[in-house]
Design a protein around this ligand. Sequence first.
Ligand code: ZN
Length: 446
Amino acid sequence: MSTDATTTDATSDPTTDPTTDPTTAPGVLARCTELDRFTSSPDHLERVHLSPEHAAANEAVRAWMEQAGLTTWRDAAGNMCGRREGREPGLPALLLGSHVDTVPDAGSYDGMLGVVMAIAVAQRLGDRVAELPFALELVAFSDEEGTRFGTALMGSKALAGLWDDAWWQLADADGVPLRQAFLDFGLDPERARDAARAPGSLVGYLEAHIEQGPYLEAADVSLGYVTTIAGARRFRLTVLGEARHAGGTPYERRRDALVGAGEAITTIERLGRALGVIATVGQIEVHPGAVNVIAGRADFSLDLRAPLDEDRDRAWERLHAEVAAACEARGLRLEVTETHAAPAAPCAGWLQQAVVDGIRSTGDADPMALWSRAGHDAMAVAAVADIGMLFLRCHDGISHHPGEDVREVDVARGIDAFEAAVLAVATAHDAGGTAAVPPPTPGLGR
Ligand SMILES: [Zn+2]
């Protein structure tokens, strides 16, 4: 599982300045800003999987992990990892992490905040790690967003043993195949599967992340715990009509694919609201796409999410039926292709409880439960370990945008809660009761 292991000292870390102690909120925020330097463009932040700037970010993270007392290695899929032994060498590990890749024109916190907070927690725990009933491991995942190769969670899926050899067919927008990107990054494509962690080698996985939504801010609280991560289904819908002269074709003889698609899109929004699912049409293409030609064909995307897979799937059946009926009434044909499907990933009850205990230690007696609308590395890791997530309030729910922002006070409480959650996991682990612990509250939260 480990390549190029090293324990060399980090000496040139600008954030060791006492005014930005890396175990405090100002220090954590300074490190997030520091990572902004590793970008493909001076004008905006963009750091994609296996790029030179990704390598540079990995090395910064490696230095910080080593400063926190961890032994580091880059795994076979490009994830940067660190470990410190617990009560005895070789115990299964509690894994803390998030990702360091970004979308184009990204903010500074999506992913990076969770990585830097995990390092802060490891550094704060220091020699106390040697008393824990598990090893402490950290990971900075290489690919969560899927910006470069179009497939998200490649880093965390590799760690979870979900590597897919079909990915070798992928190439980036410049035509660089994934295999070449591996070689350029100094990775051996033949060994990609070695990044997989053995079942039983992990006690659990905890991830801190900005909420990427408005609910914590609306409730005026700093932190929340995640009940489940919604799985998305994505479809490509094609409405087929007949392209004809815009002037010469009377209404009763038209089979206008774009009008059919328009009706489908408003139907999707209406039913999405009514059924409590999130349905988004984000792309549409019209053919032949001329001002004086009735559209003969319209292709559009649909992204569908709900906290429970059953609700999402039931909603899809209803949406599909109504859209198909609307198309038929207009003499149009509807074709549907499913392009992506991911199951929801529920957070384990005992890890939800550990995160709740962590948040309570910061003075919030009744922590807010949330279900995650966005995907996270944790949903991949769920294939190999129990997962739990801590959400931090972010400004105006903005994410995947340079306007992403967090408050220092929330980061301070977040680090405290994250550290306390690790200790709560240790207590739960020592008590022997883990999987059987029910979630802290019924329901899925906001
Ligand atoms: Zn993220």
